[in-house]
Design a binder for this molecule. Structure first.
Ligand SMILES: Nc1ncnc2c1ncn2[C@@H]1O[C@H](COP(=O)(O)OP(=O)(O)OP(=O)(O)O)[C@@H](O)[C@H]1O
Ligand SMILES: Nc1ncnc2c1ncn2[C@@H]1O[C@H](COP(=O)(O)OP(=O)(O)OP(=O)(O)O)[C@@H](O)[C@H]1O
Ligand SMILES: [Mg+2]
Ligand SMILES: [Mg+2]
Lengths: 243, 243
């Protein structure tokens, strides 16, 4: 089993959108996938509500706490979806680690984890559970500044949890090809990060917002959209890179 | 002294952009303003670095910890700007409250506080220090869902800190007039929130990203931009509403 956390303390850069499209894309490619929503906001859980099959198969064993979203795609809903979690509530990392070991034993190929903005206890739980981290970055000023902070956070996570927090890559999101500033930032990223920069770039596409309001990914909602094409390329790149 | 916290646990909805433009706009209108950056990311501090005057007047008394940004505009830089704050570090709310009382005594007219995404200890410190909360909301699906969670958070903050957490209003941000979905969401907001919806709407304007990379607000960087016009209207509305 390979595991990827989507993390970045900068808000609104596409962590959730990347998590749900990467997870669904890997499942469509034929691998079995479990998505954990560790953001108390529960946006990933919300965004996939339209994909719950009518006759949900009974989940047994390792999958008991998970929701089925189609043949080989499972999700652990956010604890924050049905009630506002008190700010002092922290994740039960031991319980989550046991769940993850159960999924490994049951033959799951990929674990994808969505993290909240702010590297708090929930954000760190995501790092602790996964081998790799994929960093979505918006091509704009604040997010670029946040990238160096995030790299420092990953370095300290690697010391704390050996074998975890390895950077799989940085993926540029919400890129509007018409904006000159985005092209300049993209060139900067490629120069500074070299092979740590994913080749796939996620273009800005209004279909994402529409798909989210229908509770589906773009692979289900509008397979021929720009956005679906971009994430299809990222899924291919992750499959090749982690082979 | 009147005090306003910019808070919303949804990331990337324009909290920092609204905080710096509201604070600078109120100062340009002739009132004295202090901006506190309570987000460890330090985006507000970063975004105003280009406005530090060459011959900074010596700050005395209540203003000792603050940075001057022009005649009647002061800022408390984020503790996270010069070093990555350890996730266990929490704000010293007693010290912050003493600073705020000192500013009140020194005749400051407005306190504006930028909060991080996630209502953690830093987010709650912002609520505790301010009478009002201004909620920036992006006209899209996840942010709308987050609004009801945020309203619940404010209700519990009002119980915990009497006289605090009063909703000044919700302001629609990053609105792209060409997007049909944004218009639908805007109509929804107005219907559900009625008088709690600020009349001013902040349109999407690429100049914001450019201004941020120059360390200035749009009032300094491009006064005739759409974005500066939108925030000018919001400043006027806040001045009239809090009279
Ligand atoms: N490529 C894209 N084009 C257009 N809209 C996008 C794109 N990616 C994400 N969005 C939209 O931008 C908003 C922010 O994205 P998302 O919620 O995935 O970011 P996030 O990093 O998970 O936010 P948070 O920090 O709150 O967890 C959402 O409304 C989403 O639908
Ligand atoms: N009206 C606007 N038009 C275009 N870009 C905008 C607008 N408002 C904000 N932005 C840009 O969108 C990004 C997110 O805005 P901002 O950082 O202010 O949000 P935030 O809510 O403070 O984010 P965080 O949750 O990380 O604190 C920034 O790059 C900012 O420059
Ligand atoms: Mg998210
Ligand atoms: Mg901010």
């Amino acid at each position: 089993m390979r595991s990827i956390a989507l993390a970045n303390q900068k808000g609104g850069v596409g962590k959730t959108t990347t998590a749900i499209h990467l997870a669904h894309g890997l499942a469509l490619a034929g691998d079995s996938v479990a998505l954990l929503d560790l953001d108390p906001q529960g946006n990933a859980t919300l965004a996939l509500q339209g994909m719950i099959p009518d006759d949900e198969p009974d989940a047994e064993g390792a999958f008991e706490a998970l929701q089925n979203l189609g043949s080989n795609f499972w999700m652990l809903p956010s604890p924050g979806v049905h009630r506002n979690i008190d700010r002092r509530t922290v994740p039960d990392v031991k319980k989550l680690a046991t769940l993850v070991e159960g999924l490994r034993g049951a033959g799951i190929d990929w674990l994808v984890v969505d993290c909240p903005p702010r590297m708090d206890a929930w954000g760190y739980a995501g790092l602790e559970l996964c081998e790799h981290v994929l960093l979505p970055v918006q091509a704009e000023f604040f997010a670029m500044h946040g990238l160096s902070q995030m790299m420092q956070t990953l370095a300290s996570a690697r010391k704390q949890f050996p074998g975890r927090g390895n950077l799989l890559g940085v993926v540029a999101t919400l890129v509007d090809g018409r904006e000159e500033i985005a092209r300049e930032v993209l060139d900067d990223l490629r120069e500074n990060l070299a092979d740590k920069m994913m080749r796939s770039v996620i273009l800005r596409d209004l279909s994402f917002v529409e798909a989210a309001s229908h509770g589906k990914t773009l692979f289900d909602y509008r397979i021929d959209s720009k956005g679906a094409l971009c994430y299809g390329s990222l899924v291919r790149e992750v499959l090749d890179g982690c082979a």
